[in-house]
Ligand binder design. Structure first.
Ligand SMILES: [Zn+2]
Length: 166
């Protein structure tokens, strides 16, 4: 079944998905032309300050903004330690390989992140943050390919989020 473009009055096929909201949980279906127009005008961070943008990323990845000192002192110290260990290869996190063969959707999501299936949730978070910054449509030079990449990594992130029960 072909979905029609969501743009009012447009009768072309809605073959392009475009996020409706910040959480990327709902999508419009547009034709190529209306998708391009929508992406051009859609600014995820239009009404936010740089600090709020940073906090938004941290909240989406770590569940709490790291700069929120009232909530996140312990988290931050823990995070800094984790990051140091991770970057210097001294991490002591559980490396037990999954007992059963992972579903393709899960192993595929790890692959999109360039991470081994033994990676921890935090490693996924750190990688996601780096990739999402790199491919964010608002800051990338090539918005079209960045949007596709951004959608891909966000989908992979949500898949892994479920896998880790987060
Ligand atoms: Zn259209």
């Amino acid at each position: 079944m072909i979905t029609k473009c969501d743009h009012p009055g447009c009768t072309r096929a809605g073959t392009c998905r475009a996020p409706k909201n910040r959480n990327l949980t709902e999508y419009w279906h547009f034709c190529t032309e209306h998708a391009a127009e929508y992406n051009k005008n859609w600014n995820y961070y239009a009404d936010m300050t740089p600090d709020e943008i940073e906090a938004d990323w941290e909240r989406s990845v770590f569940g709490t903004p790291l700069k929120d000192k009232t909530k996140a002192n312990a988290d931050e110290a823990d995070y800094v330690k984790f990051l140091n260990d991770f970057l210097t290869g001294r991490d002591t996190f559980d490396r037990t390989p999954p007992k059963n063969k992972l579903p393709t959707s899960i192993s595929g999501a790890f692959k999109i992140f360039g991470l081994p299936p033994t990676s921890t949730w935090r490693e996924v978070g750190v990688k996601y943050r780096a990739l999402a910054k790199k491919y964010h449509p608002d800051t990338a030079e090539n918005k079209t390919s960045a949007t596709a990449e951004f959608t891909k990594i966000t989908t992979a992130y949500n898949t892994l989020k479920q896998y880790f029960n987060k």
